[in-house]
Structures are given as structure tokens and as C-alpha cells.
Design a protein around this ligand. Structure first.
Ligand code: ATP
Length: 648
């Protein structure tokens, strides 16, 4: 049968790409470097299937992250697959796919919770339950130095690994958990017992479907149901009559996702499979991701695939390929015709780096080329000074992967404390602005809305109604803060908030500079709210940056807060289609930009030197097409710069 190759728009496939595009074999794996055209070639393979007559609904493409879904959709459109057809293709994360299969099998959608803060009460209860079970054989091994509240973060991390690697599912069901077995598995006994209690509670004693699902539970629950035979390859929920199954970013696959993939392949024996990935882009190892699912596990559990290469980066120059190759310790070739300028900019302080980045952005402004520039940040707090400089220069921008600093709850908290202390709500003119301010104050104060009239609502809805009522005017907002937020705050939080307000009321610039952070104690405040220490540290860091910006304002405390209001107004007015984007590295996976700036490659600022951090930098550097700019403090450069042979 003749097989006319699909002709993409914009590119001419290389011989390697064409071989992958046209191959009809059942199992195909492509492991290649970042930028070597994996996603594009997957898109070509899908387009070829469509040209051969496959219905779009019979093509399933799975990824691990939402940005990878978007990247594949965009690539399909850019090679000429009509947008309406792209919409019909099933391109989903493993999690979304699994949840859809579970809904079909269970007949009803289970509540999905998204934040560790929502999961916390269940984890605390699980710890308390584990520690008080009457027939416990090893009670001494369940003692912990810390309070349950302080154990939640560590336990949720362990639960992620237990789910992603499916640790307990691979144990003999008859085997009792003991401290020795927990130790052998690499977890504490309390972790394993709390996990059992947490899972028992999550399932709500209900045999068919759990009470809630947290992130990762979709793939985990489906994988478990598949292992236990509750759902099998013959199940209608999996029998989708698929003709082509693809996995992009396959390096992020963990045991749970792999189990789902195996079942989908078994349920669709006539479908072809293509998986693409790059072992150096594993940035989700905390959920059990490992490159082995593209190699030995695949061979052992699915079959021997054909393996085809994509050898050259099609995104950036051979010179950049050499540097990222040195960083990752692997050979890296690139198309000779490509040119990518690499600039290393010494900046002795974050403020200088921020000013440099803003000037770089400003230079793109006249050509309406702001959107070709992306600033990739390791932490959201790094954006504060950069945003500030962009606003000063009137450069429109957006944030992806985190909120712009003026919208973060901790910024609203500080501005709200000032507004309330001075009874001046300038900058909070609309009910929506006042509601956001009240939400931030409620969050950090730990105060709950507890009104008899709202008892019939759940706590989130009750808060929404109460806040909307209070935000009607500045007067009612002020009264609500006084009578409600401060009065019913957590006692320690109340002391901190009142101390900060007393200081702000004096308008004394010296005292504000010297004592505001001590009075507010942002880390303690945030640690009460957020489960992850890293999130709490980010909040504290954001507030410290905000404070730093405020104290350098020459017009005193009132002037600094007027400036924040002016900046907020300026940001709202600076709406433009052409804007520079500040983004987390995670949110840039699979995407590419003409000019990429990665700031703060200084020791202690970019990361801890772990493989995961190195992979993050690898992902960030390999997003660049024509220019990569890295800033660093020349007195303490990150060791990664040396590893990448960018400095001696
Ligand atoms: N045949 C081709 N000719 C020219 N450019 C191409 C060709 N194939 C792909 N490209 C370009 O190469 C770049 C990288 O492609 P792609 O994003 O598919 O790589 P990738 O391997 O998926 O990258 P990553 O692992 O970083 O997500 C894109 O700009 C794409 O348009």
C-alpha cells in the first residue's frame, strides 16, 4: 500500500524524522536530547496517522505535565494539523486520563483536592489514628519528636513516592508491616502506618470509590485497580478503539503511570505506540519518575521496541549543545546552520541583575518582540525585583507558574496591614481588590468565618459570602478587619499582625527598616499556613524582597506604600498582547523561545547541586533558540557554570 508522507508546513522533515513518521511498527521508542525535535516528530507521526485515515478520537497522546500537553497541541497546529482536528485528539496528562477512566468505571466523579493545605487535616488525623490504634504491636516505634502538624510535609512527600512507585502494592498482601519492613522499604514505620490510615480514610470505608483524590491519586488509583483486577484490559473504560498511543516526555513516567500505560496498550492491541523522552529532563523524581520506564522496564514488561534516533538539536547552535552536553555529561550534536548567542552577564547583586534584565526586555519593546523573550526563574521570589524594574521602565509583563508579586497574598497582606493601620484604602478602590485583601488577611491570620447565618455553607463558601459582604466599601472592609480578622486570629498571628500594624502606624522610616520583619515574623506566619517549608520560605522571601524595595524608596513609609499602589495601577494599565513573560522553569518544559534569560546562577541561589536541580538548569538552558543570557555573581558563581564549561 502506498504511504504518502504527510507534508508539514514550515519545516522539511529530516531523514531521521521521516523514518519515525512513516514507521508502522507496533512499539517505537525515541530517546533524544532536548531540542532534537521529539515533540515535533511525535506531531509528524500523529499527522501521518490522520492522513492514513485514523479518526482523531482514536489517537491518544499522554504526557506527565500540563505544559507538555500545550506544547504538543501547539506543535501539531504549527505543522499544519487544523486546530479543530487538534481539539479532537485525546491529548491529556496521565492524571487527567486516569481520572476520566475512573469516572467512567465508577459512574460518578470523586472530589479532587489540589493543595497540600487541603490534604493536611486528613494527614494529621491519619497520624493521630496510627498512634492510637489499640492493637498496635510496636507503639514505641510510632513516637515522634514533632507534632503531627509538623510531620505533614514530610509525610506527603513520602506518600508521593509510595504512590508513584506503588511500593505497598508490590508487597505480599499477607505480610504485616513492621518497623524492620518499613526500614527495608526506605521509610519510617510511622510513615507506613500513617499511610495505611490515610488511605483507609481516603477511601472512606467505601469499597468502590474513594472520598477524595489528591494530585497523583488518579493515576495511582487506576493503577491499583488495574493491578487488583477491579478494572481490566477488557473494561469498556479502557477499550477506546485506539489506533495510535503516544507518550511525550516519557522520562517523567513513574510506576503508576507506567501501569496505566501498560493497560491501555493491552486494551488496544492493534494500536501502535510511540514514546519519546530525554533522561536528563527528569525533574519529577520526587513522584517516582525514572528513565528506566523508557528502557529496561519497557522491554521486560511491554516488549522489545524498535529504537530510532534523533541525533541533532534543531533548536540551538552546536556551541550551546556543547555546553549543555557538558552539563549533562553526554554527547550533544546540533544543526550547524543554527546560531545561538550565549551571554554571561556578571551582576554583583540581585538588584543589578533585575535592572539588567529589565533593560534587556526594554530593548525588545520597540520591535514588539517582548513575547520572544522569556525569563526563567528558579523561585517565584526572584521575580519581585525584576517585576519592580519592569514596572519602573513601563515594560508590559506576565507571570506563568506563579502569580505576579503584586497579586501574591503576602503582598496583599503587607499592603492590607498598612491600609488598615493608617485607615487609608487608596489602591483598594474596587470590591474585588478589597475582597482579595481580606482573603489574604484571613489566610495569614488563621481566622475562620464563623457566622450562624452561614453555618449551612462549607467553610470556603462561608468565607466567600462573608468577604463579599465586607468588601462592599472601605468602611465595611475596615470594620471586618477589626471586628473579625484580628479578633478571631490565631493568638500568635494576632500578636504579629498587631505589632506590624503598630509599626506601620508610626510611619517611622527608621523603625520600619529596622523592625518590620522582626515584628511581622513572616516565616512563622507562613509556616502556620503552608504545609511545605519551601512554600513558607518563599512567602518570607517575598516579604523580605518587598521590604527591601520599600526601604529604598526615598519618600518614607507612606511613599513606599503609595509606590506599591502606583505600581499595581501601572501593571493593570500595562495590558498588551506583546509582553515579556517571567516563568518558572517547570512551566516552560517542552516550550522554546528566541531569547531565554536565566538569572542568578550564583552559589546558593540556583539550587543545591543535586541532579534534579542540574536537570532544571538543563531544561532552562535548552529552551533558547537564538540567544541565551545567564546572569551570575562573579564572586560566587554556581558550580553548574563550571560543569557546563561556561567558566573556568
Ligand atoms: N525538520 C525540521 N527542520 C527545522 N526545524 C525543525 C525540524 N524539526 C523540528 N524543528 C524545530 O526544532 C525545534 C525543537 O523541536 P521540538 O520542540 O520538537 O524538540 P524536543 O526534542 O521535543 O525538545 P524538548 O525535549 O526540549 O521538549 C523546534 O523549533 C522545531 O520547530
Amino acid at each position: 500500500m502506498s504511504d504518502v508522507p504527510f507534508q508539514p508546513t514550515g519545516i522539511t522533515p529530516s531523514a531521521e524524522q521521516l523514518a519515525i513518521q512513516l514507521l508502522r511498527t507496533r512499539l517505537l521508542l525515541v530517546e533524544a536530547n532536548a531540542g532534537a525535535a521529539k515533540t515535533t516528530t511525535l506531531a509528524l507521526r500523529i499527522a501521518q496517522a490522520l492522513q492514513r485515515g485514523a479518526q482523531p478520537e482514536t489517537v491518544l497522546a499522554l504526557t506527565y505535565t500540563a505544559p507538555a500537553v500545550t506544547a504538543l497541541q501547539q506543535r501539531l497546529a504549527s505543522i499544519g494539523v487544523p486546530r479543530a482536528v487538534v481539539q479532537k485528539l485525546r491529548i491529556q496528562t496521565f492524571e487527567a486520563f486516569s481520572l476520566a477512566v475512573l469516572v467512567a468505571a465508577e459512574g460518578v466523579a470523586t472530589r479532587v483536592i489540589a493543595s497540600p493545605e487541603q490534604a493536611r487535616p486528613y494527614v494529621v488525623r491519619a497520624i493521630e489514628r496510627a498512634q492510637s490504634l489499640p492493637d498496635e504491636r510496636h507503639p514505641d516505634d510510632l513516637m515522634a519528636d514533632a507534632q503531627p502538624h509538623d510531620l505533614v510535609e514530610g509525610l506527603l512527600k513520602s506518600f508521593d513516592v509510595l504512590k508513584g512507585r506503588m511500593v505497598v502494592e508490590h508487597l505480599d498482601p499477607e505480610e504485616r508491616m513492621t518497623p524492620a519492613l518499613a526500614d527495608e522499604l526506605g521509610f519510617g514505620y510511622l510513615t507506613m502506618r500513617a499511610w495505611a490510615c490515610y488511605e483507609f480514610a481516603r477511601k472512606g470505608g467505601h469499597p468502590d470509590r474513594p472520598e477524595f483524590r489528591f494530585q497523583g491519586d488518579g493515576a495511582y488509583d487506576l493503577a491499583r485497580a488495574l493491578l487488583s483486577g477491579e478494572i481490566d484490559a477488557g473494561d469498556a473504560a479502557l477499550q477506546q478503539g485506539l489506533t495510535l498511543i503516544c507518550v511525550d516526555e516519557m522520562h517523567d513516567v513513574n510506576r503508576a503511570a507506567f501501569t496505566v500505560l501498560k493497560a491501555v496498550l493491552a486494551a488496544n492491541p492493534r494500536a501502535a505506540f510511540v514514546g519519546v523522552g530525554d533522561r536528563d529532563q527528569v525533574i519529577h523524581s520526587q513522584t517516582g519518575a525514572e528513565a528506566g520506564f523508557m528502557r529496561e522496564h519497557f522491554r521486560a514488561e511491554i516488549g522489545t521496541p524498535e529504537v530510532l534516533p534523533l541525533t541533532h538539536s534543531r533548536r540551538f547552535s552546536p556551541q550551546l549543545a556543547r555546553h549543555v552536553g557538558a552539563l549533562a555529561g553526554k554527547p550533544y550534536a546540533a544543526d550547524d546552520a543554527l546560531q545561538t548567542a550565549i551571554r554571561l552577564e556578571p551582576c554583583e547583586s540581585p538588584r543589578l541583575a533585575a535592572a539588567f534584565i529589565a533593560r534587556q526586555a526594554q530593548a525588545h519593546h520597540p520591535q514588539k518582540a517582548l513575547s520572544s523573550l522569556r525569563v526563567l526563574l528558579r523561585h517565584a521570589a526572584q521575580s519581585v525585583l525584576i517585576e519592580h524594574e519592569l514596572l519602573r521602565l513601563g515594560v508590559p509583563y506576565d507571570a506563568v507558574g506563579f502569580a505576579p508579586y503584586l497579586e501574591r497574598p503576602e503582598t496583599l497582606l503587607v499592603r492590607g496591614l498598612h491600609a488598615s493601620a493608617c485607615q487609608d484604602y487608596t489602591g483598594f478602590e474596587t470590591p474585588a481588590q478589597r475582597a482579595a485583601l481580606l482573603d489574604a488577611l484571613l489566610l495569614f491570620s488563621g481566622a475562620r468565618v464563623d457566622s450562624i447565618e452561614l453555618r449551612h455553607l462549607d467553610s470556603a463558601d462561608a468565607q466567600r459570602v462573608a468577604v463579599a459582604e465586607a468588601a462592599v466599601s472601605a468602611d465595611t472592609t475596615h470594620a471586618f478587619i477589626d471586628a473579625h480578622v484580628l479578633r478571631s486570629a490565631h493568638p500568635a498571628a494576632r500578636r504579629q499582625l498587631q505589632a506590624a500594624m503598630a509599626l506601620l502606624r508610626t510611619q517611622d522610616a527608621g523603625a520600619f527598616e529596622a523592625s518590620f520583619l522582626n515584628a511581622l515574623d513572616p516565616l512563622a506566619l507562613a509556616a502556620r499556613v503552608f504545609v511545605r517549608r519551601e512554600d513558607a520560605a518563599q512567602v518570607a522571601d517575598n516579604i523580605a524582597q518587598l521590604h527591601r524595595v520599600a526601604v529604598t524608596e526615598e519618600a518614607g513609609v507612606a511613599g513606599a506604600f503609595r509606590m506599591f499602589t502606583a505600581m499595581d495601577g501601572a501593571r493593570r494599565r500595562l495590558r498588551s498582547n506583546d509582553r515579556v513573560v517571567l516563568s518558572s522553569i517547570e512551566a516552560a518544559k517542552g516550550l522554546e523561545f528566541d531569547h531565554v534569560i536565566v538569572p542568578h546562577l550564583s552559589a546558593g541561589e540556583f539550587g543545591d547541586g543535586s541532579t534534579e536541580t542540574r536537570n532544571l538548569l538543563y531544561v532552562a538552558m535548552t529552551r533558547a533558540r537564538r540567544q541565551l543570557t545567564l546572569t551570575f555573581d562573579p564572586r560566587r558563581p554556581s558550580r553548574f557554570l563550571k560543569d557546563a564549561a561556561l567558566i573556568d
